[in-house]
Design a protein around this ligand. Structure first.
Ligand code: GRF
Length: 239
């Protein structure tokens, strides 16, 4: 499975994925890293791993122009999967729909348990501050398919960490980040080995008339990460 990573920052998740891909038995390969910011730690990390890098700057560019450039590059690269790893530019519904079912994102919160921690503007510290405001006992990270609704896509896997009373956004982020590095390579492997299926199903009651689902055919005994799903595997094909 050929992967293109989209990132904007330090690139620790990208690095975890590139390292997993170094194993010849791992069923995926990172063919390029694209950053919308320059300089970015992720570019240095990719170069150190011998992965081709591209910069498509988003600053002072219209969304349309940026996405047209990004799309053109992706068409040339022809990935099986686009992996957003700390990609800080929101993608339009049009863009996501073009690559629907082929884009993953990681979010540093449990968007399925607590939808308030996701959505437009909920990134970085905002996620953890919202989690702390909710006074919940657990947080974690979620790898999910990207859909037109920001952070609303179906999850493949998530990690769980405790939220301590003494936590602030920094301490919580620091506890979650290493779990991101664990679950992202697992999610990609599940997908690359056909154990994850993404469905877009017409549903009048769903926002935009489409319901998105993902089914994961994998059981794990470990507490961390926890798979989302456990739904029977023989499923009808989506329309
Ligand atoms: C991660 O916490 C990720 O969940 C969020 O942005 C951060 C990126 O970190 N979307 P890195 O660039 O992978 O180190």
């Amino acid at each position: 499975m050929k992967i293109v990573i989209l990132a904007s920052g330090g690139g620790s998740n990208a690095m975890a994925i590139m390292q997993a891909c170094k194993d010849p038995a791992y069923p995926a390969k990172v063919i390029a890293v694209i950053s919308n910011v320059q300089p970015a730690g992720v570019l240095t990390k990719a170069m150190s791993m011998g992965v081709p890098t591209y910069v498509i700057e988003s600053k002072s560019k219209s969304r349309e122009k940026f996405e047209a450039e990004l799309n053109a590059r992706l068409i040339l690269l022809n990935p099986d999967l686009i992996v957003m790893a700390g990609f800080m530019r929101m993608l339009s519904a049009e863009f996501v729909n073009e690559w629907l079912g082929k884009i993953l994102n990681i979010h540093p919160g449990l968007t399925h348990l607590y939808p308030q921690v996701g959505g437009p503007g909920k990134h970085g510290h905002h996620v953890h501050e919202t989690t702390l405001d909710l006074k919940v006992k657990v947080s974690g990270a979620t790898v999910h398919f990207a859909i037109p609704q920001v952070d609303g896509g179906p999850a493949i896997i998530h990690s769980v960490v405790p939220v301590e009373e003494s936590d602030n956004a920094d301490t919580l982020a620091a506890r979650i980040l290493p779990t991101e590095h664990q679950i992202y390579p697992i999610a990609i492997k599940l997908l690359a080995t056909g154990k994850v299926k993404f469905f877009a199903v017409k549903d009048e009651k769903a926002p935009g008339g489409t319901r998105y689902e993902c089914w994961v055919n994998e059981n794990t005994t470990s507490v961390l990460p926890l798979p989302v799903g456990g739904i029977p595997w023989e499923l009808p094909q989506a329309a």
